[in-house]
Design a protein around this ligand. Sequence first.
Ligand code: ADP
Length: 322
Amino acid sequence: PSRPLASAAAAGAPTTPRIQKIRKKYLCETPPAVLHDLKGVKEYDRGRQLGEGGFARCFLVQNKNGTLFAAKTVSKKSLTSPKMKSKFFGELAVHQKMKHPNIVRFVEVFEDPVNIYMILELCHNKSLMDMMRRRKRFTEPEVRFFMLQLMGALKYMHGRNVIHRDLKLGNIFLDEHMNIKIGDFGLAALLVDENERKKTICGTPNYIAPEVLFGGKDGEGHSFEVDLWAVGVIMYAMLVGKPPFQSTDVNSIYKKIKHNSFEWPGSVMISQSAKALVNALLNSDPDARPSLDEIANHNFFKAGLFPKSIPLSASVRPPSST
Ligand code: ADP
């Protein structure tokens, strides 16, 4: 996978001093208190750091009207290698084209002498990953709600020939009303047409589809279905509290993915329809996975409560009535 730093952390692998040193080299210094573009026209007041990823730091910022945003900040010195450059400009090109209520809105991009700033819609309630850390797992009505929003965003993306390729709990953010917003298009691929196939091995170990790791049928590469596999991993993780192929090291994860080896724990009550949908998504054969419409029409969505919205309190404790 082309993203060893982020991947190692996501897979639960130890962060060695060497990895920390490399990250330090790439991550930007703390930007000035007021961000300006080169012409001095754009202006944002910078606040606290919201988080940091494999190669970007994200800060809370405010425009002159007092509206809050997130500024994803990448240092120019980290963009010297062709690989980093193509990742960054690829992310920019794809994300700029996306406009959907369940995708982090891209506002604008500008640079100062040191950094490039991507101004994004602020997601007040962090990611599903953070929510899961606090909650351990979600209720089935919550899973229905998040899954359907995810399907809507994916239908929009795939309809525009975009594969996200790094869908995971940590890249699904929550806005102030607990609606999901898909973010981080750093590994997204914009296909020239729906028949194009991709061959780059990329993603995050726990969420990588087998055809990405092993080249697909006759080495033909992968396509949209890799996102559906990741949705299967996400849904399992929301229900169970950990991803299905979790292991102590990356190679063991890949071995489990190769052999489609995952189990449902006896200790957690999970409905048959929920299990059936996850099992269908985690099919080793990409062509056999259900389509987005088939997923949305699955029994799981009719088999129980479907909340109209998720209360803010759900980010810390299970709802009492669902
Ligand atoms: P990378 O591409 O380096 O992995 P991410 O896009 O995942 O970077 O962002 C890094 C971190 O910044 C996220 O884990 C999250 O904590 C925070 N973050 C990113 N985008 C937003 C946003 N729109 N609103 C709030 N926080 C965000």
